[in-house]
Ligand binder design. Structure first.
Ligand code: ACO
Length: 326
């Protein structure tokens, strides 16, 4: 069944905190080295939010930039879906903080929790509201202050993450059902809760009444990533009768360069078609895809009409993909 509308991307924006933490600086605090981090992950540096700088502040800046790029006033937005694992507070949703700061008092604003897959989930949720006609203009945001939930004595996790935010503005347009029409062609989300213990936070409001710290069985997560990410990109292309040859830009979640490279190789995607930001941003969880999109749009690689494929995997385990005609 063809949905009545298509959700078309009108603009994007991103924001990174000013403070940059290099691998060399980290190696002075934990037992690691620049060489190990670069070789195993591709990460060279990450941004870290300042004291008093919250996820909502990062999200707001990215949202304002996306609205400016779209040429739309904030009051046009009637849906804000914000993906984050590091909300300002347990409740209410960080999205409502952003909504208030943009001066919006109508529509709906809520958060999505799917860890590193959060942006693909958020895009899927917003796409469904727009394409069925329930909302008109959506802000889809991925924003994290992930460094706040790191155990800085655990070298297996603390070297991997950074802070940042990215946002897309989407509006609906009558759908013609073709793969050439601009907009979100499809989204695909999955989870397998039996794999919960591979990547989690050892705290929470209901269990420990604390925030907890990230815990990860890295090699296990790695194995699932390389198979599940290739699978979900294949399903996304097949759902639109497309092949890897049709892809202009592959924008993966930036968790590990080795995962990205091996996924692209499995799919037969040329290295020159991958948007990579991991070196500069590290893993910013739900923010990594919109940050990478914004980098690709700003430097002129992603252009109107291009076929863009997104994918991510994170805690849950959760994973997913999306195909967007830019
Ligand atoms: N510096 C130096 N040595 C280290 C470090 C470090 N920072 N971290 C681990 N090591 C050591 C280990 O202790 C181990 O030493 P040993 O052999 O003496 O025991 C050795 O390096 C190898 O450790 P592994 O964990 O097997 O290293 P691996 O090559 O698997 O790389 C990594 C670890 C980078 C975490 C990788 O497993 C990975 O990227 N996993 C997937 C991460 C991911 O995709 N997460 C999903 C998204 S995150 C989210 O949703 C929140």
């Amino acid at each position: 069944m063809t949905a009545p509308y298509r959700a078309v991307v009108r603009g994007c924006g991103s924001y990174l905190p000013a403070r940059v933490l290099t691998n060399a600086e980290l190696a002075r605090k934990v037992d690691t080295s620049d060489a190990w981090i670069v070789e195993r992950t591709g990460i060279r540096r990450r941004h870290v939010a300042a004291e008093g700088e919250f996820t909502s502040h990062l999200a707001l800046e990215a949202a304002k930039r996306a609205l400016a790029a779209a040429g739309l006033a904030a009051d046009k937005v009637d849906l804000i879906v914000l993906a984050t694992t590091t909300p300002d507070s347990t409740f209410p949703a960080t999205a409502t903080r952003v909504q208030a700061a943009l001066g919006i008092g109508h529509g709906a604003a809520f958060d999505i929790q799917a860890v590193c897959s959060g942006f693909v989930y958020a895009l899927g949720v917003a796409d469904n509201f727009l394409k069925l006609g329930q909302h008109e203009t959506a802000l889809v945001i991925g924003a994290e202050t992930f460094t706040r939930i790191l155990d800085w004595t655990d070298r297996g996790t603390c070297v991997l993450f950074g802070d940042g935010a990215g946002a897309l503005v989407l509006t609906r347009e009558k759908a013609d059902g073709s793969a050439t029409q601009r907009g979100v062609l499809s989204t695909h989300i999955h989870s397998d809760g039996r794999l919960y213990d591979l990547l989690y936070v050892d705290g929470g409001p209901s269990s420990t009444m604390t925030t907890g710290h990230v815990r990860m069985h890295g090699p296990e997560v790695y194995k699932h990533a390389v198979t599940k990410l290739a699978e979900t990109v294949r399903e996304a292309l097949a759902a639109n009768n497309l092949t890897a040859a049709d892809v202009d830009w592959f924008v993966p979640h930036q968790a590990n360069k080795r995962i990205i490279d091996s996924t692209a190789k499995k799919l037969g995607l040329e290295p020159g078609k991958i948007i990579l930001t991991i070196e500069e941003h590290a893993n910013t969880s739900a923010a990594s895809i919109p940050l990478a999109i914004d980098a690709g749009v700003k430097d002129g690689r992603i252009k109107q009409g291009d076929l863009v494929v997104l994918e991510a995997m994170g805690g849950g385990l959760s994973w997913g993909s999306a195909v967007v005609r830019w």
